[in-house]
Design a protein around this ligand. Structure first.
Ligand code: PEP
Length: 247
């Protein structure tokens, strides 16, 4: 059985004070039997957040990292630096990073492999643009992205990878893919992973992301193939995050 995973992606939001207030508000109120709770926060918040949730079931993740171990990469953060402060997860290949920061399928793959090497579980994002959906290319696009992301991932590591299907046109726009549309693509993504790894693909959790909120999370989570959600805007308020976890 795959345990659902609800991950908040705070993007570039919150001060340390705000993050700690959030942690206080959600501690002890999550639903560990129902879903794994993850908060992916900006780098400056990660150490304090991780310390604030010690002893709880809440996991903390970064939103990006470099794929090299160290060196002359001004402004970047290395995988071992995130491991040193106890990061459980790292988001890789979010569409905003692909769009604004030149993330490519190749760098996504390098980061996935490196995250697994240092012991941080990657949440790998894929998804099509509106143009691609309208041209009926959704499945082709996600197949290329997922196969590229998983290149050279060892069989033993596959279950540590979380895939987030996030149609770009649904991120931060208030437009959600219908739960059937999301389920259909997610079921297809599992077929793609099956094509690479056979039945091991059943162990991989595949989330949906794109304007998920307390009002629509139950319907999305009721779908047969959706194992969780990656949530931006609606993960910023403690009460909303708790409502998402309690789908
Ligand atoms: C995201 O940031 O991954 C996301 C899905 O954002 P939102 O929930 O705001 O659409």
């Amino acid at each position: 059985m795959r345990k659902p995973i609800i991950a908040g992606n705070w993007k570039m939001n919150k001060t340390i004070k705000e993050a700690l207030e959030f942690a206080e508000a959600v501690k002890g109120k999550t639903c560990p039997d129902k879903a794994e709770a993850v908060i992916c926060a900006p780098f400056t918040l990660l150490k304090d957040l991780k310390e604030a949730v010690v002893g709880t079931d809440i996991k903390i993740g970064a939103q990006n990292m470099h794929f090299e171990d160290n060196g002359a990469f001004t402004g970047e953060v290395a995988p071992a630096m995130l491991k040193e402060i106890g990061m459980d997860y790292v988001i890789i290949g979010h569409s905003e990073r692909r769009q604004y920061f030149n993330e490519t399928d190749e760098t996504v793959n390098k980061k996935v492999l490196k995250a697994l090497e240092v012991g941080i579980d990657p949440i790998v994002c894929c998804g099509e643009t509106l143009e691609e959906r309208e041209a009926d290319k959704t499945k082709d696009v996600v197949k290329v992205q997922v196969e590229a992301a998983l290149k050279d991932v060892a069989k033993e590591d596959l279950a540590k990878v979380v895939i987030a299907y996030e149609p770009i046109w649904a991120i931060g726009t208030g437009k959600t893919a219908t739960s059937e549309q999301a389920n259909d693509v997610i079921a297809y993504i599992r077929e793609v992973v099956k094509g690479l790894y056979g039945e091991l693909a059943e162990e991989v959790r595949i989330q949906y992301g794109g304007s998920v909120k307390p009002a629509n999370v139950a319907e999305i989570m009721a779908q047969s193939d959706i194992d969780g959600a990656l949530v931006g805007g609606a993960s910023l308020k403690a009460e909303d995050f708790l409502a998402l976890l309690n789908f």
